[in-house]
Design a protein. Structure first.
Length: 70
């Protein structure tokens, strides 16, 4: 089961595509892609926090991860 709600992803896709309708299959693929991206960001941010000897992921860790991963 996906962690991100389909309705949220559907709303984001519609918002950024001039309100086009989105098929159920497209939403499923987009949810999987979004979860994959957030997972990669989280792992990279975690590594940054550990390298700085912290137990908390901070805003800067996320920003660094985004810059590195794109």
């Amino acid at each position: 089961m996906a962690d991100l709600p389909n309705a949220v992803v559907k709303r984001l896709i519609a918002k950024h595509s001039d309100g086009m309708r989105v098929s159920g299959g497209a939403i499923d693929v987009a949810v999987a892609a979004a979860e994959d991206y957030v997972g990669r960001i989280a792992r990279e941010a975690h590594a940054s926090a550990v390298a700085d000897k912290r137990k908390t992921i901070m805003e800067g860790d996320i920003e660094k991860a985004r810059a590195k991963l794109g």
